[in-house]
Write a protein that binds this ligand. Structure first.
Ligand code: TYD
Length: 196
């Protein structure tokens, strides 16, 4: 699973990793959250600002989308022997919904989401991420794509993954470098968990 703030480059890196693994003859299932399922589509309407709700309700929807995503897409892909690569997973709920909701409640909502084999946290600071978002989308912004919010999400991700003995272990990758350098670290980390 790849985690990081908006603009960290997880989407680009996931595509690259999937292509790379497929070129080695491995079967890969590429996916992301919010998922393409009905709850994921509803969540996207909130992110675009087409609908609004209480932060706690959004946290419930993200968690519901995750269980739906796991049962509808992730588990069948794993059962058929594919490697599943997901752009965002439980870490996103801790980092983003943690802005408004307690960790204990979020932990409880996500307790049935299966543990991933590997989490890669692609770390960039809020200014680097915003510069990339501006280049990509101009003035269009989603719910969390504002400087102060992103800076708080970086702090939340750092607290989650960069402490001495994190409850949710991840490999931290410096995402501020050129895509090739970031990918080299991702490839190295993935190789260490894939047998043969
Ligand atoms: P993102 O992954 O950037 O996708 P896109 O490029 O299609 O906009 O957007 C998803 C947004 O949803 C991002 O701002 C993070 C947020 N999010 C949460 O707040 N909690 C979650 O659990 C997940 C999966 C995403």
């Amino acid at each position: 699973m790849l985690e990081g703030i908006d603009g960290a480059g997880t989407t680009t890196q996931l595509a690259r990793l999937a292509d790379h693994l497929e070129a080695q003859g491995r079967r890969v299932h590429r996916t992301f959250e919010p998922s393409t399922g009905p709850i994921g589509r509803l969540v996207r309407s909130y992110l675009k600002g087409e609908l609004t709700t209480a932060p706690g309700a959004l946290a419930l929807l993200f968690a519901a989308d995750r269980l739906d995503h796991v049962s509808r897409e992730i588990e069948p892909a794993l059962a058929s022997g594919q490697i599943v690569l997901s752009d965002r997973y439980v870490g996103s709920s801790f980092a983003y919904q943690g802005l408004a909701s307690s960790p204990a409640w979020l932990r409880s909502l996500n307790r049935y989401a299966r543990r991933p084999d590997l989490v890669l946290y692609v770390r960039v600071d809020a200014d680097t991420a915003l510069a990339r978002i501006e280049r990509r989308d101009g003035d269009r912004r989603e719910l969390f794509e504002h400087r102060e919010t992103l800076a708080r999400v970086v702090d939340a991700y750092d607290a989650l993954y960069c402490g001495p003995s994190p409850e949710w272990p991840a490999i931290v990758i410096d995402g501020s470098r050129l895509p090739e350098a970031v990918f080299a670290d991702i490839d190295f980390a993935v190789r260490s968990v894939l047998s043969d």
